[in-house]
Design a protein around this ligand. Structure first.
Ligand SMILES: [Zn+2]
Length: 174
């Protein structure tokens, strides 16, 4: 646990595949930024501060590699909360679900690793996730109009198996 430091993460991020993925994300972002959809519009600053932990989930029944915490998928109302700010800053004080097992995870004080959290975790917005999946599908060649959040996160975020039977924020407490 916690063997991957931020410096390692930076090195990993410079691998060609990761760079391409990141570039692709930036391109997609610039397209999406012009779409007049309130719920979808990610504040510019936060889009570029989104944590890419690239660490295994600390929950022992999971252990899946979390490449992206998908914090931009938290509902806009929840993004005003201090817990969200803590997550974006990669500091302790806010928990979010693991995209795979939905267990609560949060950063350690020193921002180095993800640990199990006892806090009630922030959850992704179904509306946002479905919009994102649809948008991703529409821009595929050929377009896939039936793209689900599970499929898009597997393809776009390289996290197959994430969001299976996920309890979204709109679904109420799990
Ligand atoms: Zn997990």
């Amino acid at each position: 646990m916690g063997t991957i430091t931020r410096r390692d993460q930076g090195r990993f991020r410079s691998f060609p595949v990761e760079a391409d993925d990141h570039f692709f994300t930036l391109c997609r972002f610039s397209t999406l930024a012009s779409v007049p959809r309130n719920e979808y519009a990610v504040p510019f600053r936060e889009a570029f501060m989104a944590p890419w932990p690239n660490q295994p989930c600390p929950h022992s029944n999971c252990g899946q590699q979390i490449l992206d915490l998908l914090v931009e998928m938290v509902a806009n109302a929840d993004q005003a909360r201090p817990e969200f700010r803590a997550l974006v800053a990669q500091s302790s004080g806010g928990a979010i679900t693991c995209p795979y097992c939905q267990g609560a995870v949060e950063y350690t004080e020193d921002s180095q690793s993800l640990v199990i959290s006892t806090r009630s975790p922030l959850r992704y917005s179904r509306v946002k996730m479905e919009l994102r999946a649809r948008d991703y599908g529409i821009h595929k060649s050929p377009p896939d109009l039936a793209m689900t959040p599970e499929q898009s996160v597997a393809e776009e975020k390289l996290m197959p198996g994430a969001l299976q039977a996920y309890t979204y924020a709109e679904d109420g407490p799990p």
